[in-house]
Design a binder for this molecule. Structure first.
Ligand code: F6R
Length: 607
């Protein structure tokens, strides 16, 4: 996730305005920053690796000339956080500057094609193909706007773009597909940004762009057109009434809720990772004599779910291990034939890194899955992938958890392919299903938010909760319980439903809420028996069920319905959503701030 900003004024210099707006976008990424303006037939650029304040101290971002400019604050995806990879990116003749948020999936092919035509690339980014594509189109005599339009038609993936040029120096061209982009309409000035807070101190009039729309900004007007047929779209600005605090959270009361709602985007991004690295990881996993999945907290729950995915899809046994126990529990069994897949959102969790260090010293192969480019985990891993969820500010993991799951699912599928364990027909079906999961998550959030509020209201004074699941849903139960406990401070226990009768059922007394995770998978019949056991002893049954599961609905006091059919191995991705919402509303109703639970930190760098 990166932040982009564009600004065009009647007169005066815009560089300082861009700098200030980038500060407000800094939460979207902060490993490099850059600005470009157009003035007197020339593009001026300043960019560098580092946080905005550091770069400003070094370069002074405020003295670029001109009243038209763009800026970018980067969360590295393709290419390390270095100067040459910082945006804006330019064409060969330095007449076009582009800032981009998103991922161009087919950049590698486009780059080869453009290099064959003589274009020289300076960065490792996916973005740089865009100015070169536009430049190439200009060479063929197209007017600038058409050159942009034709370039956009070649791009696969996601983008929010702001483009300036010496060819039409009084304009900013922006475009959007699957990455946010909003126009700000000022008096004698026009803005575009990744989110509203970037321009809110300058104007409260906003126009939200939709996918496949291009906007042409001049200081006194904007024109929106549909990419496909160039049809003009007339869209009046809306007035934004957010306070500055609300604006940072894009109108949501808390980052956690914002991040719950960002899951469809985070999942789409996680489905666009580079094949090369996923394939490489899959090869290491396939070849290892033993595979350990090592992590803490929510990331451990993702590993637990992944162990079912690897087993069920690829017939690969793996050991999910809590990182702080790794050395004691399995240390002596780790050797040169072992592969450790370490999963850490921050890439800095001390327990996970200690396990990795130990395994490295025993010559094991280290693979990393993280959300933070340049984190320690990326530096100590033989191969790593960055899940591209964007910064997560709420302490409780939400979007990064489901994104970890979908990356691990892709890895399991790749290992399955390598091992020839599933037919090509089945692979195709699963790939289609994976692609649709972000939509299912979107729908699950939509349908369950009100319900979560109501159920939280009903149970907010309960003193203890039980979370139960079978099969892969044990991981979902554990994650639901962790969410509830850590932000609403209600004690909760989670265990495989089959274990009830071996002890925990003695906790049950009338009215105790028992939350059952019940996808319609092979465990469905058995879990009905477990529900009955609890019900018979007076527990209040709250179930998370597949849409239309009348059998379990009948047995439940309250239920969350998850729309659509989902394969068992992917079910934690949708079934955890109502539990996240429930935990969130429990915390809010109890008067706690879910973003900053007591005693916790986002990144745990002590053992
Ligand atoms: C829970 C939560 C923590 C983290 C854990 C590991 O909501 O966020 O349990 O999952 O501290 O953190 P990472 O993934 O950064 O290693």
């Amino acid at each position: 996730m990166c932040g982009i900003f564009g600004c065009i004024c009647k007169d005066g210099n815009v560089a300082k305005l861009i700098h200030e707006a980038l500060k407000r976008l800094e939460y979207r990424g902060y490993d490099s920053v850059g600005e470009a303006t157009v003035f007197g037939g020339k593009i001026y650029v300043k960019k560098e690796q580092g946080k905005i304040d550091e770069v400003h101290k070094l370069l002074n971002l405020d003295d670029l000339p001109g009243s038209v400019g763009i800026g970018h604050t980067r969360w590295a995806t393709h290419g390390a956080p270095r100067r040459e990879n910082a945006h804006p990116h330019l064409d060969c003749d330095e007449n076009i500057a582009v800032v981009h948020n998103g991922i161009i999936e087919n950049f590698a092919e486009l780059k080869v094609e453009l290099e064959e035509l003589g274009h020289v690339f300076k960065s490792k980014t996916d973005t740089e193909v865009i100015p070169h594509l536009i430049e190439e189109n200009l060479k063929h005599g197209l007017p600038f706007i058409d050159a942009v339009r034709e370039a956009l038609k070649r791009l696969e993936g996601s983008y929010a773009l702001a483009i300036i040029t010496t060819v039409e120096p009084d304009k900013i061209i922006c475009a959007r597909k699957e990455s946010p982009l909003i126009l700000g309409v000022g008096r004698d000035s026009m803005y575009c940004a990744s989110d509203i807070p970037a321009f809110l101190p300058l104007t409260n009039k906003a126009v939200i762009l939709d996918d496949y729309e291009i906007a042409i900004l001049q200081h006194d007007k904007y024109e929106i057109r549909r990419l496909e047929n160039w049809e003009q779209i007339l869209r009046e600005p809306e007035t934004i009434t957010w306070t500055p605090e609300m604006a940072k959270k894009q109108g949501y009361p808390h980052f956690m809720l914002k991040e719950i709602h960002e899951q469809p985007i985070a999942l789409r991004n996680a489905l666009r990772l580079q094949d090369l690295y996923l394939d490489l990881m899959a090869t290491f996993l396939d070849r290892a004599k033993n595979v350990f999945l090592v992590a803490c907290g929510s990331s451990y729950h993702a590993c637990l779910a992944a162990s079912y995915m690897f087993s069920k899809l690829a017939y690969l046994p793996t050991y999910p291990i809590i990182a702080s126990e790794f050395i004691e529990q399995t240390g002596m069994a780790v050797n040169i034939d072992s592969t450790i897949l370490a999963v850490s959102q921050s890439g800095e969790t001390a327990d996970t890194l200690a396990a990795v260090e130990y395994a490295r010293n025993r010559a094991a192969t280290i693979l990393g899955l993280t959300n933070v480019v340049g984190s320690t985990l990326t530096r100590v891993s033989r191969v790593y992938v960055v899940q591209q969820s964007g910064p997560e500010i709420g302490v409780a993991a939400t979007k990064t958890f489901t994104a970890q799951l979908i990356v691990l699912a892709q890895l399991a599928l790749r290992v399955a392919k390598l091992r020839g364990k599933i037919s090509s027909q089945e692979i195709k079906r699963i790939e289609r299903e994976l692609k649709n999961i972000p939509n299912m998550v979107e729908e699950t959030i939509r349908r369950n938010e009100e319900k979560a509020k109501q159920i939280a209201e009903k149970y907010k004074d309960s003193k203890v909760f039980l979370f139960l699941g079978r099969g892969i849903s044990v991981a979902t139960a554990l994650e639901g319980r962790l969410k509830l406990m850590e932000i609403s401070y209600v004690p909760a226990v989670a265990f495989p439903a089959g274990e009830s009768k071996h002890g925990p059922i003695s906790l049950v007394e009338p009215g105790i809420p028992a939350i059952f995770i019940c996808p319609r998978d092979e465990t469905h019949k058995t879990i009905i028996g477990n529900i009955m056991e609890m019900k018979a002893r007076g527990a209040s049954i709250i179930s998370v069920i597949e849409e239309g599961d009348e059998e379990i609905k009948q047995l439940s006091d309250d239920y969350f319905e998850v729309p659509g059919k989902i394969s068992e191995v992917f079910s934690p991705i949708t079934f955890v959503i109502p539990l996240q919402l429930f935990a969130y509303y429990m915390a809010v109703k109890k008067g706690y701030n879910p973003d900053m639970p007591r005693n916790l930190a986002k990144s745990v760098t002590v053992k």
